[in-house]
Design a protein around this ligand. Structure first.
Ligand SMILES: [Zn+2]
Length: 265
């Protein structure tokens, strides 16, 4: 798809600047580590994931979806539906796939070794939404690649989904608090900050809930929805209990090597 990376970059920068401005004006919680160190780590984590992906998987999912589209590969090409319905259906299906991928990254121990880097962040703001171990990024690409080919997702759907996923990750990790009259109706449809912060709680039963990234329907449908935590949104303890020292939760080298270290119970 023409100008794909330009669109993606434009939306990324736009949403990031908007949420950062909002966080600066009305932050929901205070950062216990300090912005420079956390931001450096989280942004460098994003950069290392992007570089690894570019090196090992240089063909974008959108290009692969375009190729599959030309050759009618995938389930959606077997059904007689209008193009716009196929696009919508593929976006919703991908959202469900990402829900299950996220849930499995919590439940399978060797996948949790990678995903815990995201959860070790002792604070949660828009940059936390970019902080994933490069190997998790690579595995997620593999999952999405298989899904593109099996589902026959149109290239446009993949481009829109990647943009939506990126924007919503920045949005729902951001350090803001929506007023209850907006938050409550909104979270019936999409994941809000208050809902996702419960997923970043230090309490395992709270971490193992609210896996949805975009649509909340998946948590409700698959029984992982948690409406409230034991503590209020303001007092919720964020991060992982076993990684409380700044070098353990905000040091880039430590975090990149964490999956290969002996795990703390
Ligand atoms: Zn998670």
């Amino acid at each position: 798809m023409e100008h794909e990376s330009l669109y993606r970059l434009g939306v990324f920068v736009g949403v990031m600047l908007l949420m950062m401005a909002w966080e600066a004006i009305a932050p929901a919680r205070t950062d216990p580590v300090g912005r420079p160190r956390r931001w450096r780590t989280n942004l460098l984590m994003l950069l290392s994931g992007s570089v690894l992906l570019r090196l090992l998987a240089p063909i974008s999912l959108v290009a692969i979806a375009g190729w599959a589209q030309q050759h009618d590969i995938g389930a959606l090409y077997l059904i007689d539906l209008s193009f716009s319905v196929k696009v919508l259906l593929a976006i919703v299906m991908f959202d469900m796939i990402i829900y299950w991928q996220h849930r499995l990254f919590h439940q399978i121990p060797w996948l949790w070794r990678l995903h815990q880097i995201h959860h070790a962040d002792p604070h949660i703001d828009s940059t936390s939404g970019l902080r994933f171990h490069p190997l998790e990024i690579l595995l997620s690409y593999g999952v999405k690649l298989v899904a593109v080919l099996l589902l026959g997702a149109p290239a446009l759907a993949i481009m829109l989904f990647e943009i939506i996923l990126n924007a919503s990750a920045i949005f729902n990790h951001s350090n803001i608090r929506l007023p209850a009259r907006i938050e409550w109706p909104l979270r019936q449809i999409i994941v809000t900050q208050q809902m996702h912060r419960i997923h970043h709680s230090q309490r395992p039963e709270e971490t193992n809930s609210n896996y949805s990234f975009n649509l909340t329907v998946w948590d409700k449908l698959f029984g992982s929805y948690r409406k409230t935590a034991t503590k209020t949104d303001q007092e919720l303890d964020i991060g992982l209990v076993q990684y409380q020292k700044p070098e353990q939760n905000s040091g880039l080298g430590y975090l990149l090597s964490l999956p290969f270290r002996r795990q703390k119970p």
